[in-house]
Design a protein. Structure first.
Length: 455
């Protein structure tokens, strides 16, 4: 398997060099894997490295205009391993005139991030706000078509470069109604959200597709419940949604609440990943920052945390000093609390990496049985072992969840379907155990055995 994962900036090498690298890496991993097991204490010294040791990312919103600020980029490059363009991928930025797309500022951020091994969250494809004036004045089927074309064009342009898209942003009302926001997009028909998700999936089948919103942190709030019901409905009807983003702009009017972890785990139990996408907290209280990170670490399907800016002076709410670095770029107490939380991460309490409907083992198909077990896990990848019983010559089909990629296999002969996500493993002889390594690419869902066939 020669596929390279996003952020892999290693030089391409020949087979011998690759073998040497693999052997050296294996030796290194054997020596260090104990330190990388999830749920154990670690001693990372930056937010990104410590999050990676827990199988997560730690990201920030980035403004292209600030990439020329050395103090800003020094912190960005040192601390973060995920980036969200703060405004540069929004509709007004990417399609300022209908049918004329403009990607320069977004590409600047994407290139900065990916050339340094950081992943990119795309924000956002369909939103009632920050629409260009031509779209603001549209309605009905013309607007629906324009919105879907926008989703298709932008997701296609960045295909393979964006790990997760906020496909739809802020589509629900605040308050107690639990209703959809009365926007021009909503007025094109209640199915506009699922239509956007389907268009995004078609354009970039490997990106995680998220619904993203604010004031959805408190489990008891009507808005939270309304989004939850939409996601549950989407999952039941096969609408392609993979994740839910919780913006988590906390302030005195919309404070962090202790049921936040319940919110994250309840959504995760629907079979979606959850991500903290725009975290900032008025006054940056260290204890609250720590709680948010601990809540994410406690939920296996919480992939990572993104803060909405680096220094207080970079924040959309600068006067609230809500971020981890002060305006001079110095670490605040909240930074230390977040790093400590990442380094002492708790063991996930929801079923690790298993969608609710997926059993840990697979019953027999034909005349053999294949049982998949988790094996070693590192910051960016994990091993699985499959044990076959009932046949010595067997064929086992295993599927991983995009954007995961299998990077290595042993004790079998693999072939792949065209998507690269479904592996057909054939026995090499009499062996009954094979294994493989999956590059998580931010997703820790356990691979699934689809069939076992004796031959
Ligand atoms: O760049 C122009 C500048 O040239 C001009 O002089 C100035 C005059 O107002 O405006 C500048 O653009 C501003 C832009 O931020 C860059 O600073 C826009 O006016 C301003 O509206 C825009 O605000 C952004 C806001 O979204 C717009 O809705 C914030 O930066 C951005 O942080 C914020 O992000 C949103 C998320 O996308 C969704 N969730 C909420 C979050 C906070 O509002």
């Amino acid at each position: 398997m020669t596929e390279r994962c996003q952020g892999d900036t290693r030089p391409r090498t020949g087979p011998r060099a690759r073998t040497a690298i693999v052997l050296a890496a294996a030796a290194l991993l054997a020596a260090t894997s104990a330190a990388f097991l999830p749920g154990t204490a670690s001693a990372g010294t930056t937010l990104g490295a410590s999050a990676a040791e827990k199988g997560r990312y730690f990201g920030t919103a980035v403004a292209a205009s600030r990439l020329s600020d050395g103090n800003y980029t020094t912190i960005l490059n040192r601390e973060f391993n995920s980036v969200t363009p703060e405004n540069e991928m929004k509709i007004d930025a990417t399609e300022p005139q209908q049918g004329r797309f403009s990607y320069g500022a977004a590409e600047q951020i994407v290139n900065h991030a990916r050339s340094r091994g950081m992943s990119v969250r795309g924000h956002t494809l369909a939103w009632h706000s920050q629409q260009p004036s031509w779209m603001e004045s549209m309605s009905g089927s013309a607007l629906r078509s324009a919105m879907l074309n926008h989703v298709t064009q932008v997701a296609t342009h960045f295909r393979g470069q964006v790990v997760a898209w906020d496909v739809v942003n802020e589509a629900f009302e605040d308050g107690t109604s639990g209703a959809r926001r009365n926007s021009n997009l909503q007025r094109t028909g209640n199915d506009w959200i699922e239509a956007a998700f389907r268009a995004a999936r078609a354009a970039d089948p490997n990106a995680k597709l998220c619904y993203n919103d604010y004031n959805t942190d408190n489990w008891t709030h009507a808005k939270t419940q309304a989004v939850y019901n939409m996601v549950r409905d989407f999952k039941a009807r096969g609408v392609p949604i993979d994740c839910v983003g919780f913006q988590s702009h906390f302030n005195n009017d919309s404070p962090y609440v202790s049921n936040y972890r319940t919110t994250l785990s309840s959504f995760a139990a629907l079979g979606v990943d959850v991500q903290v996408t725009e975290l900032d907290i008025q006054g940056a209280p260290a204890a609250t920052y720590r709680s948010v990170v601990e809540d994410c670490l406690a939920v296996a399907r919480c992939n990572g945390v993104t803060v909405w800016g680096i220094r207080d002076s970079d924040s959309w709410r600068a006067s609230q000093t809500p971020l981890l670095f002060n305006s001079s770029g110095q670490k605040k107490a909240a930074y230390d609390a977040v790093l400590a939380a990442l380094n002492n991460g708790t063991t996930p309490t929801d079923p690790p990496t298993t969608p609710p409907t997926t059993p840990p083992t697979t019953p027999p198909s034909g005349s053999c049985t294949a049982t998949l077990q988790d094996s070693t896990r590192w910051g960016d990848r994990f091993n699985s072992q499959v044990t076959v019983s009932g046949a010595s010559n067997w064929t086992v089909v295993v599927a991983v969840t995009p954007p995961q990629k299998v990077s290595n296999t042993w004790n079998g002969t693999p072939t792949w379907d065209s998507s690269g996500n479904v592996m057909t493993m054939r026995s090499n002889g009499s062996g009954t155990v094979f294994g493989f390594t999956t590059m998580a690419n931010g997703t820790w869902t356990r691979p699934v055995v689809r069939s076992c066939t004796a031959s």
